[in-house]
Each structure stands twice: as C-alpha cells, then as structure tokens.
Design a protein around this ligand. Sequence first.
Ligand SMILES: NC(=O)c1ccc[n+]([C@@H]2O[C@H](COP(=O)([O-])OP(=O)(O)OC[C@H]3O[C@@H](n4cnc5c(N)ncnc54)[C@H](OP(=O)(O)O)[C@@H]3O)[C@@H](O)[C@H]2O)c1
Length: 319
Amino acid sequence: MIGSPRILVHSPRDGEAQRYADLVRAKYADAEIVVSTAPQQAEAAIGEAEIVLGWLFPPSMFAKAGRLRWIHKVNAGVDDVAFDADIAPDVVLTRTDGAMIAPRMVEYVLGAIFASVQRFPRAWKQQREHRWQSFPVGIAKGKTAGVAGLGDIGSAIARALRMNGIRVVGWRRTRTESADVERLFAGREELDAFVAVCDFVVLVLPATTETAGLFSHDALAAMQPSSYLINVGRGAAVDEDALAAAIRDGRIAGAVLDVFVDEPLLPSSPLWDLEHVLITPHVSGPVVPEDVVGCFVDNLGRYLRGEPLQRQVDRGRGY
Ligand SMILES: NC(=O)c1ccc[n+]([C@@H]2O[C@H](COP(=O)([O-])OP(=O)(O)OC[C@H]3O[C@@H](n4cnc5c(N)ncnc54)[C@H](OP(=O)(O)O)[C@@H]3O)[C@@H](O)[C@H]2O)c1
C-alpha cells in the first residue's frame, strides 16, 4: 500500500498485538503497522498514527494523538474509549461485531442456568464433604429467562435459550421488536415489570451513563425470590452492595457474575463469601484475535476505498 495510513496496534497482552499485526498483514502485506505493548510505546507512536487497532489502551494515550481518524476496538465493550474527552469528536470509533464473541457467551449463560437448575454448587459442596445426600433438582425447560440488552450478543443468547426450551422475554432501551423474544419490554419504566416475570435475568448491557447502577435496590426488589441474576455485560449496571444484600436476605436466589464495577473484584467485596454467588473473572467473552480480526480487516478495505465503516459506535450514546 503506497502512502498507506500508519496503523498503531496496541495490546498489553503477551504477543497479542503482534498477532493482530500479522493477521492484518496476511491480507494487506504492505500495511504500515507499528506495534505497542506498553504505555510508553503507545504514547510514543500515537502522534503519527492515523488508525488505532487494539484494546486495553493506557488512559493518557489519546491525549498525544495528532493525525488520528479511526479507532477500532477488538472487543465489544467501548465504555473506556467512547467517553474519552482526549479523543476528537470527528474520530470514528468502531468495534468488533458482538456476533463474533457471542458463541462463547451463549455457552456461559446456558452453563450458568443449567448449573443453577441442576444445583451443581450444592453437589460440589457435598462432594468436598464426602456426603451422599439426595436433593431435588429442577428443569430449565419451561422457565423464563429475561435478556436485558438485545444487541448482537443478547439476541444470540435469546435464540440459544429458546432452542433449549426456555421461554425468553427481552428488555432494551428502544421499542425495537425482536423475533428472538416472546415479549418485549422497553425503557426504564418497564424494567420492574420485566424482571418480575423472570426466573433468570441475564444482563448483556453496555456501560453507559443510563445503565450505571440500573440494577439497584428497586429493580432487585421487583425480582422473584426464586430468581437468579446473571451478568455478562458490564459490572457498572449493578449496585453490588444492593445485590449482596438481596441475596443474603433471600430476596433473590443467587447470582452468576462475570463482570464487576472494579476488576479485579475488590478483596473487601461482600460478594466473595456468599454461598449462592458464582464469580468468574471476566472470562465469558474472550477476545481471540483470529475470531475477531475479520471485522477490522473488512473495515480497513472500506477505509482505503473511502467507504463508510461498519460497526460504528455512537459515542454520545456510548454503544
Ligand atoms: N463479559 C464479557 O467478556 C463481554 C464480552 C463481550 C461484550 N461484553 C459486554 O456486552 C455488551 C453488549 O454487547 P453487544 O455486542 O450485544 O452490544 P450492542 O449490540 O451494542 O447491544 C447493546 C444492547 O443494550 C441495550 N441498551 C443499551 N442501553 C440501554 C439502556 N439504558 N436500557 C436498556 N437497554 C439498553 C441496547 O438497546 P437498543 O437495542 O434498544 O438500542 C442494545 O439492545 C457490551 O457493551 C460489552 O460491555 C462483555
């Protein structure tokens, strides 16, 4: 590519930035790519970069951008960049299509529901105690799961739940009908009615100013005492102290949580020691370069041809 735009590829994860660079060069052999893995490298290279590809960017990185026109995040969550005041308003932000990450998250959510219904945590506890004691188990078929956030990932989760005989209702910001749910709820005013009909409330929401603390005392109080909260979106949507209190007091049955307000989860969090809480360290939707690089490569073609980019994020809205 003669006169090609300088692409800065950043990831602090071991060897990952180089993997992305190699995958891009497999399609665009002459691409002008600089790789960074540390804040100093990113800050040294950002001034000349026209395109940034990657994630886990250092906080101050974009303050030194001079020629930046396009940022592509390799993951689906964009809250760290969308609201960054250092990034000029005309810089386009794109992200990986959630559908590329969804297959792994579908398995996480199905696993969480089946493990809860089959009471695997209780079986594991009894096994550690070498105790043989029968207990009743349930069946997921016929139960109702509510998917909060019907974007690329939430929709894929909803379809998989339905294929497993689980009734699915949905909740989203806009009243955009979805064939993936049998009933749609929309907006803050319908949140309580939505959670009230669910045996499982599955959060697949982005972190935005509107979703912050959405699942606080009131929304949790509207859930059934036998219901579970599963969060694979962003931790900021949940008031963790209110959630811990609701579970401790038996106002909801438990939670399976992959994302948290602070990651790593703080040692002082009351969630660690609750019997009916399963904590996983943000692993439900791993970003595998080979899975997701296609989104960037396709868009790079569009960029070079002067066409509009796909998977653009509305930076004002935050998703
Ligand atoms: N745990 C992990 O490893 C992992 C991996 C990947 C992604 N994620 C998280 O999952 C999130 C969702 O990904 P996606 O690709 O499905 O996103 P998406 O396609 O942008 O969909 C977002 C959905 O959230 C809804 N929403 C946004 N704000 C809302 C509000 N205030 N009230 C109600 N609904 C609201 C949207 O409603 P409308 O459709 O009405 O606009 C949309 O349906 C990402 O933002 C990311 O944070 C986590």
